[in-house]
Design a protein around this ligand. Structure first.
Ligand SMILES: *Cc1c(COP(=O)(O)O)cnc(C)c1O
Length: 237
């Protein structure tokens, strides 16, 4: 087995174990493979193993990478999936929105009204509906990105009223700390806001995802209700 296949198997076993501990179905959690530290050859291996949800946080890399992978898939090798789906997981500047919209399946990192409006406006021009998550800053520390907890519900409501945009849930990043209780607290807070928004009903039935959990904390995230994991270094490093 290749090193990457081996690591993916390890990750999947950990996901299964965490789901069992939490009394959840394994298929209630999906995996976005974060490619920012991977070479194209490594990404080919992942795709060949059947993983089609890929995440990037570097705008400049996204387009060339997506083109490269499309060319790889165009050979129509029977063992390969037909296509992959790209997730924008990093900070998105408004002036980059136009170029990422045609490539992206889901934007995880919407955190201001202005960015949401830019996405909605450009989606309208392209006559598409863009799927997004609202990124919430759930850690006590002063992280740069993510809407503050106290403003999250209001922004979610504003986003739900925008045409050409569909709010599918929330995304959060745990604080950079070794303190597992702090990490868990951030995930719990994200889930509370998530439940609160669901209760308010303005988001409708599409609102069902919590994107949280990276290489160092995905098992805790699963225990606290994550539905989308974003994992890179545990697979590629
Ligand atoms: C890099 C990154 C990840 C993946 O982190 P790993 O520790 O490599 O698993 C997840 N989410 C975001 C927003 C990232 O930038």
């Amino acid at each position: 087995m290749s090193i990457i296949a081996d690591k993916l198997q390890q990750v999947n076993q950990n996901i299964e174990k965490a789901c069992r501990r939490a009394g959840r179905e394994t298929n209630s959690v999906s995996l976005v493979v974060v490619t920012k530290t991977a070479t194209p050859e490594q990404i080919h291996q992942v795709v060949e193993l059947g993983y089609t949800e890929l995440g990037e946080n570097r705008i400049q890399q996204l387009k060339p990478l997506a083109t490269e992978i499309d060319e790889y898939l165009a050979a129509e090798t029977p063992s390969l999936p037909k296509k992959v789906n790209w997730h924008m997981i990093g900070h998105l500047q408004r002036n980059k929105v136009k170029q990422v919209l045609p490539i992206i399946r889901l934007i995880h990192s919407v955190d201001t009204l202005r960015l949401a409006e830019e996405i909605a406006d450009n989606s309208k021009k392209l006559d598409i509906t863009t799927q997004v998550l609202l990124q919430v800053n759930c850690s006590q520390e002063h992280q740069k990105h993510g809407v503050p907890v106290g403003a999250a519900i209001h922004l979610a409501e504003q986003m739900c009223s925008m045409p050409n945009m569909k709010l599918l849930g929330l995304m959060t990043m745990a604080p950079f700390t070794e303190d597992l209780s702090e990490i868990r607290k951030a995930f719990v807070r994200a889930r509370e806001i998530f439940e609160e928004i669901k209760k308010e009903r303005f988001a409708g039935k599409d609102f069902q995802h919590l994107s949280m959990g990276m290489s160092s904390d995905y098992q805790i995230a699963i225990e606290e209700g994550s539905t989308i994991l974003r994992i890179g270094s545990a697979i590629f490093n």
